[in-house]
Design a protein around this ligand. Structure first.
Ligand SMILES: Cc1cc2nc3c(=O)[nH]c(=O)nc-3n(C[C@H](O)[C@H](O)[C@H](O)COP(=O)(O)O)c2cc1C
Length: 204
């Protein structure tokens, strides 16, 4: 896949939720992070920061914090109470099975413009990461589960109140056998419009 054009990679990339038994090396993750860091940014320093969760000990600790946060936020109240134990088990098992998770953060700025720029740059960084990962057969799921807004969860993971989590990136190698859906997107004409047309639409 490495020789593919950037357009092909952008169009082919899919969120990969299936978890593989193949291991993902920290060296590969670091190489992908280095590529991702060529994202544009509009601040004095690059705004992204990443906590890497890898290996059994870190994984266990991380999942413990996740499950505590689910309880703290009362997330289970939304689930079918009759099958709650099974849902909890499935969730815990899923999180335990992910080989590597990246906690990607941006600084929090009180000023709206600076905050938008930080979130935007970190989102560009994440997409760079996803594209570079895809080209190396590494799958990513960008997650914005409710726990990312839990201040206690953040604090327990060493993330200060001056930073916001932009995503948890669950990472796994892509097994050959995984069938991924073909991407569908709306036609450009449905969401891109000339200003003159937009203004005349509004007048009607
Ligand atoms: C900001 C953002 C947050 C997302 N959060 C989640 C999430 O919490 N759980 C999940 O399964 N997928 C999440 N996704 C993945 C999207 O569901 C996925 O990108 C979308 O369905 C389009 O599929 P594709 O990535 O294969 O093109 C997120 C994507 C983005 C950009």
């Amino acid at each position: 896949m490495v020789s593919e054009s950037i357009e092909q990679i952008i169009k082919e990339r899919r969120t990969v939720r299936a978890v593989s038994d193949q291991s993902v090396s920290i060296e590969d993750i670091q190489a992908l992070l280095e590529v991702a860091s060529y994202a544009p940014f509009h601040s004095k320093e690059e705004p992204w920061s990443v906590v890497i969760v890898a290996g059994q000990d870190e994984r266990r600790l991380f999942v413990e914090k996740i499950m505590d946060s689910y309880e703290r936020l009362n997330i289970w109240a939304r689930y079918d109470q009759q099958h709650l134990a099974a849902s909890k088990k499935r969730t815990e098992e899923y999180y335990l099975s992910v080989p590597v998770t990246l906690i990607v953060t941006a600084p929090v700025h009180e000023k709206r413009k600076a905050n938008l720029e930080a979130i935007s740059a970190v989102s560009a960084f994440i997409q760079n990461f996803q594209l570079a990962a895809w080209s190396r057969n590494v799958g990513v799921t960008w997650r914005t589960v409710p726990i990312i807004f839990d201040d206690v969860f953040k604090q327990e993971l060493g993330i200060g109140s001056d930073r916001q989590i932009i995503g948890l990136l669950d990472i796994s190698m892509i097994d050959e056998i995984v069938k991924l859906p073909t991407a569908k997107r709306k036609a450009v004409e449905q969401w891109a419009v000339r200003l003159s047309e937009k203004l005349s639409e509004n007048k009607e």
